[in-house]
Ligand binder design. Structure first.
Ligand SMILES: [Zn+2]
Length: 376
């Protein structure tokens, strides 16, 4: 084939056509392959992003778990709030606890120390935890949760009660409360309350005597509420530490139980929840008592009988102070020196009945009046 011949041009044209047709085709294939690879990589990256997000979520859940169980939940409410915030399912919590403790949290009769059983008893488990945290069970060995929720939990382990989560706040109700008894005055107080069919509340300072036990039993038999005030009523001693407070409280709580069969859920701090002696310890004491399920009640009407109020003082001031309140928790005393309280009680009751007030004892669902705390 000669350069410039017809055959040469035929070959040339064919070659040019081939190049014009195949080169773009090959390029297209190459680009398609490259693009396919890129899109696969992109997909992979997206997958990685969701993996990262998933991991972050897992971490958040895990940190909630850790927080939930690391003792930050100093109260029952804290515990349930943290639990709710953690987004954990019942089963996840159970599995986590089982993993953490190396135990299976289940019916105490099936308690083991081995691997967690993957069964669907989770809702029952949560109930077990509630019961363990709040119940008045005296068998500490049944408590299935071993993660510490308080540094004080080993003290008087049987001293826990259950109170309702919601409280009642009755308008126009007067809650008469008597502190520092029992004494011989308590009989008179009980007499007047019975005469007008009124229920009241006694925050006692009990002693291990037959007389004291008999009066406490009568308080309960007459349908009144009984709560812990103190064993010693020694401010400096009981407010020196959480342990000291718990010891003092436990003594009184047990005496009430022995005398009446009542494991009371209510109490009143000597001097009220905010006083000159508990500045350093009150937050920790309140947190621990709340964790154990107890509720403290301060007052919004002070008869001032402990301050030496006369008959006239009290007869004037108590109904007057009650008048401005939505409902009233009235502080009085049935200890031996407060004889004026006995003298004026019937007249105050009559005056309040005439004004249309109703009376009640403090039940465990009565919303407290608290100088410090959630119900100020
Ligand atoms: Zn007192």
């Amino acid at each position: 084939m000669r350069f410039g011949s017809v055959a040469f041009f035929k070959v040339l044209i064919k070659t040019v056509l081939c190049i014009a047709f195949f080169v773009p085709l090959v390029l297209c294939v190459i680009f398609a392959v490259v693009l396919w690879n890129k899109s696969a990589q992109l997909e992979q990256m997206q997958n990685n992003t969701s993996l990262v997000e998933e991991l972050q979520h897992e971490n958040a859940v895990l940190s909630s778990k850790v927080e939930l169980l690391s003792g930050k939940s100093s109260t029952v409410e804290d515990f349930y709030k943290l639990y709710a915030d953690s987004g954990l399912s019942d089963k996840e919590l159970m599995d986590y606890l089982a993993e953490k403790n190396g135990t299976v949290i289940t019916d105490p009769s099936v308690q083991t120390g081995g691997q967690p059983e993957k069964t669907d008893e989770t809702s029952e488990n949560i109930e077990t935890i509630e019961t363990a945290d709040l119940s008045d069970t005296t068998d500490a060995g049944d408590v299935p949760v071993t993660a510490p929720v308080s540094e004080y939990e080993s003290i008087h382990t049987d001293m826990t009660v259950r109170v309702p989560a919601t409280f009642v706040r009755e308008e126009g109700t007067v809650y008469l409360t008597f502190d520092d008894g029992p004494s011989e005055n308590t009989y008179s107080v009980l007499h007047y309350l019975k005469k007008y069919d009124i229920k009241a509340t006694f925050f006692v300072v009990p002693t291990r005597t037959e007389e004291c036990y008999a009066i406490m039993k009568q308080i309960v038999d007459n349908g009144h509420a009984i709560g812990v005030h103190s064993t010693t009523h020694e401010y400096e001693q009981i407010y020196s530490s959480v342990e000291a407070y718990l010891d003092d409280f436990y003594e009184a709580w047990m005496m009430i139980y022995e005398a009446t069969g009542v494991k009371t859920e209510i109490f009143r701090f000597p001097g009220g929840s905010k006083n000159d002696f508990n500045g350093a310890t009150r937050d920790a004491i309140i947190a621990e008592m709340t964790r154990r399920g107890f509720r403290f009640y301060d007052w919004n009407v002070d008869s001032n009988d402990a301050g030496g109020a006369t008959w006239t003082d009290m007869y004037t001031s108590v109904p007057q102070d009650i008048e401005g309140n939505y409902r009233s928790i009235v502080l009085m005393h049935d200890s031996a020196p407060r004889i004026n309280t006995v003298y004026v009680l019937e007249d105050i009751i009559k005056a309040l009945i005439n004004k249309g007030y109703k009376f009640d004892k403090i039940n465990n669902n009565t919303q407290p009046v608290q100088f410090i705390g959630p119900y100020a």
